[in-house]
Structure formats: structure tokens, C-alpha cells
Design a protein around this ligand. Structure first.
Ligand code: C5P
Length: 234
């Protein structure tokens, strides 16, 4: 597979065309941003951690019947993926209050919800990724009714699989963001699942083991990514 010109550069990844029109190569960077790009930095080794971790998790999800874009890991930072057309939605599931939920609704972090909370944001940097609901998605024609129904079904299934996966590694899954794409007309899971996109708290100490260490200047950022990586590889 030949890596051709860069198609897109995101905050944490670059996407390249290949000589197969149905495949992309994703290259994970160490760059870190937060608050819609207002805070910028680097987390040494993050690209390797996120690439490998996303692949371990996507393989596990495939085994549970959730279709993903993963084809194969090519190197420490590169993965061959299906060339999806990303749906412009950030799909967030929350099991415990934290982050923007706590801020928006004025509640403390750490309240365990009786059932998962699903949220959508419209992926649009200029608008600051505003929160939207099902009717907005259909009105803006960001997805069809059938695609939206698949997105929700898969999102809840990902949550169940991830909760179990992380708990086996002594991590509580507080919340996470995923993205979906269309491939051969079907909805499949795309983008990444990593400490950049999940909130993970240590089951024993409640220590934050994710990007909040960078966002909130909590220190030990690199060490924490490596620790999560070690646990995920077990
Ligand atoms: O900031 P907020 O509380 O809405 O984030 C919810 C979850 O979604 C967190 O796990 C966060 O890491 C993830 N997220 C993300 N990318 C964004 C916004 C949120 O990965 N642009």
C-alpha cells in the first residue's frame, strides 16, 4: 500500500490517501489541544499510545460485532483504515457526571448515572461544536433516520464493551466521544478511542487517567498515558 498526498490534518492526526481509493492511512501525532484549540501542547509518545490503543480496542469491538474502520496497524504511529466519509457528529456517552456536563448543568463531578447519557455535538470548529439533538440532526441532514438509529445502537454497544474492557484494567469509564463514518453506504465506527477521547478514573483512587491531566494542568501527563497503555496491553 503506497502512502500518497495528505488529505487532511486534524489536531492530533494526519490522514493520507493511498493508491487504493477505498483506504486511508492515519498518522497519529504527539500534538495535544484542548478547549477547541485554545490550549496547545505536546504529549511525548502520545501518537504511539493512541494509535496502538485505538487498534487494540477496535479489534475487541469488531469481535463483539461492532463494525469499525480498522484494517491493520502499519507502524507505531500509522494505521490503514477504510476510507470513510465522516458524519459531522461527536457522539458522547456519559456514565458519570464530569466535564462539560457538570459545568452546563451545575452539578459536581462523580455522580453515577442510573443509565448512560447520550449526547450529540455538531462537529464544526467555527461554531464551537454546539450540542444538538436528533431533530436538529435530521433537519440539518447530517444523517438519515436509519443512520442515526445505527449510530445510537452502536454507541450504546461500544459503551457496554468499553466499560467492561476498562474495568478489567482497573479503570472506570466516565465518558467518551466517538465518531462514525459511512463506508459502502453503511455506518461504521471511525476516528479513535484513546485517553484523548475518554475520561478514565482509576477504580481504587479515582485519579484522572486521561487528557484532563493536560487540560487541567494536573501533571504526570506522559506518565499517565504510558500507564493506561500498559494496562490496556494486558
Ligand atoms: O468536555 P466534555 O465533558 O463534553 O467531554 C466529554 C467526553 O468527550 C470526554 O471524554 C472528552 O475527552 C471527549 N471529547 C473529545 N473531543 C471533543 C470533545 C469531547 O474527545 N472535541
Amino acid at each position: 500500500m503506497k502512502k500518497l498526498e495528505m488529505l487532511y490534518e486534524g489536531k492530533a492526526k494526519r490522514v493520507y490517501k493511498t493508491d487504493d481509493a477505498k483506504m486511508f492511512i492515519v498518522d497519529y501525532k504527539d500534538d495535544a489541544t484542548a478547549f477547541n484549540g485554545l490550549k496547545k501542547g505536546q504529549i511525548a509518545g502520545k501518537g504511539v499510545v493512541n494509535n496502538t490503543m485505538a487498534n487494540i480496542i477496535f479489534k475487541m469491538l469488531e469481535e463483539k460485532g461492532i463494525p469499525t474502520h480498522l484494517v491493520e496497524q502499519l507502524s507505531e504511529r500509522e494505521t490503514l483504515v477504510k476510507a470513510v466519509k465522516i458524519l459531522p457528529l461527536e457522539v458522547i456517552i456519559r456514565n458519570v457526571s464530569a466535564g462539560s456536563f457538570s459545568k452546563r448543568y451545575g452539578v459536581e463531578e462523580g455522580i453515577v448515572f442510573k443509565q448512560p447519557v447520550l449526547e450529540f455535538s455538531y462537529k464544526n470548529d467555527d461554531l464551537g461544536d454546539p450540542l444538538i439533538n436528533d431533530d436538529h440532526i435530521l433537519a440539518l441532514e447530517l444523517a438519515t433516520e436509519e443512520q442515526l438509529s445505527d449510530v445510537k445502537k452502536y454507541a450504546y454497544a461500544v459503551n457496554e464493551a468499553l466499560k467492561e474492557f476498562f474495568l478489567e484494567r482497573e479503570l472506570k469509564l466516565i465518558d467518551f466521544k466517538i465518531e462514525f463514518g459511512l463506508y459502502d453506504g453503511k455506518v461504521i465506527l471511525a476516528d479513535e478511542i484513546s485517553p484523548d477521547t475518554c475520561r478514565l478514573w482509576d477504580v481504587n483512587t479515582n485519579e484522572k487517567m486521561d487528557k484532563d491531566r493536560f487540560r487541567r494542568d494536573l501533571g504526570n501527563v506522559e506518565e499517565t498515558y504510558q500507564e493506561v497503555f500498559n494496562r490496556v496491553q494486558k
